[in-house]
Write a protein that binds this ligand. Structure first.
Ligand code: SF4
Ligand code: SF4
Length: 140
């Protein structure tokens, strides 16, 4: 029988402070972005398909593409003030954070993520429905 996820038994608190830390990382980290999401971002930026793909998209595998990284591994859309330049059209993966499968694996992975995300443990209890919706959004 499948084990009940820990977040069904423990209330999770989260409130984003907008610190931008989740948009930084190593060049090995990437934000997956499908073609529909890419088109939304491209239209938002008002640039050509060719330039958009060349400047912002990384081919990661036969069926996987991600956002390019800036120098140092931060997302290419993170500005100097640590704000997302495409916030209204950011990909599902960004919207779902920190409710990613690997972060919600168990209580220790959730606590460990708090070292990166200062919003974990802050604010009110997140409704279970919101967590499940975010998790679902990460499945492609
Ligand atoms: S698209 Fe925006 S929210 Fe997503 S990683 Fe890049 S800067 Fe952060
Ligand atoms: S690291 Fe956490 S608190 Fe900071 S911007 Fe990302 S989600 Fe918000």
């Amino acid at each position: 029988m499948a084990k009940t996820p820990f977040y069904h038994r423990s209330a999770l608190r989260f409130e984003c402070t907008g610190c931008g830390a989740c948009c930084t990382g190593s060049p090995q980290d990437y934000v997956a972005v499908d073609r529909v999401e890419q088109e939304k971002i491209r239209v938002w930026l008002g640039i050509s398909k060719k330039w958009f793909r060349r400047r912002y998209i990384l081919r990661l595998g036969q069926h996987t593409e991600g956002l390019a990284s800036a120098e140092g591994g931060s997302c290419v859309f993170l500005d100097q003030a640590m704000r997302c330049r495409i916030y209204p059209v950011r990909p599902r993966q960004c919207r779902a954070y920190p409710f990613w499968p690997e972060v919600l694996r168990n209580r220790w992975s959730w606590r460990a993520e708090a070292l990166r995300c200062e919003g974990i443990g802050r604010g009110g209890v997140v409704p279970l429905r919101r967590i499940e919706t975010a998790l679902k959004a990460t499945r492609r």
